[in-house]
Design a protein around this ligand. Structure first.
Ligand code: SF4
Length: 228
């Protein structure tokens, strides 16, 4: 399996752990605010093969406490599950970032004890989901299934929303709140612009708007927080 990026150490990507972050190419969404746009069509060059990654992880035993897998969308393909099995065999807990479009694979890794923490994006209210993902239309059923699966609580998890003036308003957070009511954790993340974001013109909400959105979210998820 091709590995499209490796951050050798991070204190931010895996809650409570010194981890490395593995980037996998390809995604089934086209979010116009994506920070990893060069990865989403799968054409970015690989930086290493799977064996090289595993050799790196073997060497870092005792130094790293976990492996965060991100993308792109890591659950786009079955061989991510094999990669996770191999990382678990080395003794590392795995954290996964996902957009929730592949609940069957998410179920498989939870059932198999392959993942310790899942961070799933909730892009927007159901009404504005496709638009926020950069898609003309989309079937939200798989995303809904992933939400329900995580809320069963068989693995630790968080939901998170990257928040922009152009795509979110108070109604977005009322609708999201109704959807994920009672979730364990929910983070509102302020959009930050970068050169790699494919579309220009997005803006982070002002601080008072973020606080307003947080207050709405907390009516449904008391553990909601602003991150970043
Ligand atoms: S789901 Fe994530 S990786 Fe895929 S396009 Fe959206 S932000 Fe980028």
């Amino acid at each position: 399996m091709k590995i499209h990026g490796l951050q050798k150490m991070t204190l931010l990507d895996f809650p409570g752990k010194v981890a490395c972050t593995v980037f996998l190419g390809g995604c089934d969404m086209r979010c116009p605010f994506c920070h990893n746009a060069e990865l989403i069509d799968g054409t970015a060059p690989a930086v290493m093969e799977e064996e090289e990654l595993l050799a790196f992880l073997k060497k870092r035993t005792g130094l790293l406490e976990g492996v965060a897998i991100t993308g792109g969308e890591p659950l786009l393909r079955d061989d991510t599950i094999t990669l996770m099995e191999r990382i678990r065999e080395l003794g590392y807990p795995v954290k996964l970032d996902t957009n929730g479009t592949h609940p069957e694979r998410l179920r498989k890794i939870i059932d198999g004890g392959l993942v310790s923490y899942v961070a799933m994006d909730i892009k927007n209210s159901p009404e504005r989901y496709a638009e926020t993902c950069g898609l003309r239309e989309m079937d939200l059923a798989p995303v809904r299934e992933s939400v329900s699966l995580l809320m069963e609580g068989r693995t630790d998890y968080e939901f998170r929303t990257t928040t922009m003036d152009e795509l979110h308003d108070a109604e977005s957070f009322r609708k999201i709140g109704e959807w994920i009511r009672g979730a364990k954790r929910y983070y509102l993340q302020k959009f930050t612009d970068r050169d790699t974001v494919p579309f220009e013109g997005f803006h982070a909400p002002a601080e008072d708007e973020m606080q307003q959105y947080l207050a709405i979210a907390r009516k449904y998820v008391p553990e909601a927080e602003i991150r970043g």
